[in-house]
Design a protein around this ligand. Structure first.
Ligand code: PLP
Length: 383
């Protein structure tokens, strides 16, 4: 056969897994500075990614700054001090801990390790979109079980959706984007009914905010009872370290050893490890974070309701707002025009909703005023 010169324009890249073509890239939005410049605004309030409005604890910042002197060195690939700190704080053996570049990476590692072509991951919908992404990236299928009428996980329906091809079932507790949670009894029932070939993953990214709710399950306690399961937590939310990308998961030892074979040797950077160790020991900062969230959540809920909208009861640091018939996508745009960034919910199939992160009092006020103005204008237009 005559050889043909290959030009780069001719090359067609084909992913190994066809399911990759179904993935919509995760939308992160523009940098705040860019948005301010584009819209000619001098103030932008970002309440879109469920970050801690207080930032990181002073102790974590100091530890991170100290680590800057050592940036020329690779991080500790074993995460020795961070695993030690997590182990002490949760009373879980270090051999049961996996660290990740955000808990997001641990989801990807589990999917890579356990999913083959045409396998299935069962999870609720709407829920954290990375469950879908990690599943499709590995050639598997996402079985998305609608939340119930109260926007809570429908665990009986999820149990029914499990087939012989299901390898993973993920439960976000509390759930993002709804803030709803499954209770201890319901969860234990569900876990007890699972076939051993299905690995349950309990994503507790918002655990610290939710743990004081009556009947909120403690995944770590369930794991310690000897259950075959994974419990994921993160430093991105209540610990205020989203920018550093560090999370962890607890799981049976054998699973940790398998993940150690496929993860990057230095998957969690040195600044993140140092800051996370310090963050874990700063109980005062965590309390301040939780206090602020409690007070501001109540105020936001009351004010949003007084505008005639509804909120879904939330155990996390964000609120899903039912806009009572107004279009969520438009309200999102109009808030953005006024300098408030929230999360549009159209991609989650909740087009009449927006999700807002609980911010500082002045940030929440800015959001509330913008929302009130928009509501007034819309009502005016309808007359
Ligand atoms: C439910 C849930 N799980 C996991 C994550 C990922 O967190 P990270 O990768 O920052 O640890 C998030 C972040 O928004 C989340 O909402």
């Amino acid at each position: 056969m005559p050889k043909r010169k290959q030009s780069s324009r001719e090359h067609i890249f084909k992913p190994v897994h066809k399911s990759v073509e179904e993935i919509m890239p995760y939308q992160t939005g523009k940098p705040v500075e860019e948005l301010a410049r584009e819209k000619g605004l001098d103030r932008i309030v970002k309440l879109a990614s469920n970050e801690n409005p207080l930032g990181a604890s002073p102790a974590a910042r100091k530890a991170a700054a100290r680590m800057v002197d050592d940036l020329g060195r690779y991080p500790d690939g074993s995460g020795f001090y961070l695993k030690e700190a997590i182990s002490e704080s949760l009373k879980v053996a270090e051999e049961m801990i996996v660290l990740g570049n955000g808990s997001n990476e641990i989801l990807e590692l589990l999917a890579q390790l356990l999913l083959a072509e045409n396998d299935e991951t069962v999870y609720a919908w709407p829920a954290f979109i990375v469950y879908r992404l990690a599943t499709l990236a590995n050639g598997a299928r996402g079985i998305e079980v609608p939340l119930d009428v109260d926007l809570k996980h429908d665990l009986p329906a999820m149990a029914d959706a499990i087939t012989g091809r299901t390898k993973l079932v993920v439960i976000s507790n509390p759930n993002n984007p709804t803030g709803t949670f499954v209770k201890t009894g319901e969860l234990v029932n569900f876990l007890d009914g699972l076939h051993p070939s299905v690995l349950p993953v309990l994503d507790e990214a918002y655990y610290e905010y939710a743990r004081d709710n009556a009947d909120f399950p403690d995944g770590v306690a369930l794991l310690k009872e000897g259950r075959n399961m994974v419990v994921m937590r993160t430093f991105s939310k209540a610990y205020g370290l989203a920018g550093l990308r560090v999370g962890y998961a607890l799981m049976p030892r054998q699973l940790v050893q398998l993940i150690d074979r496929i993860r990057q040797p230095f998957n969690v950077n040195s600044v993140a490890q140092a800051a996370a160790v310090a963050a874990l020991s700063d109980g005062d900062f965590l309390e301040r974070t939780l206090d602020l969230n409690r007070t501001e959540m109540k105020r936001l809920e009351a004010r949003i309701r007084s505008l005639g909208f509804n909120t879904v009861p939330s155990a996390a640091n964000f609120l899903l707002i039912d806009l009572a018939g107004l279009p969520g996508g438009e309200i999102f745009e109009e808030l953005q025009d006024r300098g408030v960034i929230v999360r549009a919910m159209d991609a989650y199939g909740l087009s009449g909703y927006i999700r807002v992160t609980v911010g500082l009092p002045e940030e929440n006020e800015f959001f509330l005023e913008a929302l009130a103005e928009i509501k007034k204008e819309k009502r005016g237009n309808r007359k």
